[in-house]
Ligand binder design. Structure first.
Ligand code: SF4
Length: 117
């Protein structure tokens, strides 16, 4: 089971955004009653056991009513370990790298467009 998580409150987040909840979203987490320790790796976990554990954790996440809030929290913090929002730490690193690339591309002036002056 995950430890209680305080919701991320970003002053730039407009009201009504999923992170801008009236109460802590983690109170609805499907993993709150998980006793199997699916979400974080024990030390020296063999690869096959890790893969099986992560897939089991993802199945819990798939029926979690706050999966999107949890995932975004884990991406924004970012949370370096464990399964959050149906994603492993490695999967979150890929998403974050894509987001960073997209941000860089959006800031780059479009090639081949003449600037009027
Ligand atoms: S999405 Fe997964 S890790 Fe996140 S609160 Fe739900 S069950 Fe827990």
């Amino acid at each position: 089971m995950l430890q209680p998580i305080e919701p991320v409150m970003d002053p730039a987040t407009p009201p009504g955004h999923p992170r801008d909840l009236g109460g802590p979203w983690h109170s609805e987490a499907a993993c709150r009653s998980d006793e199997a320790g699916l979400f974080f790796a024990p030390s020296k976990e063999p690869t096959a056991a890790r893969l099986a554990r992560e897939e089991a954790a993802k199945r819990v996440c798939a029926r979690c009513p706050v999966m999107l809030e949890c995932r975004e929290h884990a991406l924004l913090q970012p949370e370096p370990y464990g399964v959050w929002g149906g994603m492993t730490a490695a999967e979150r690193r890929v998403v974050l790298a894509r987001r960073r690339r997209r941000e860089v591309e959006l800031q780059r002036p479009a090639a081949g467009i003449a600037v009027a002056g």
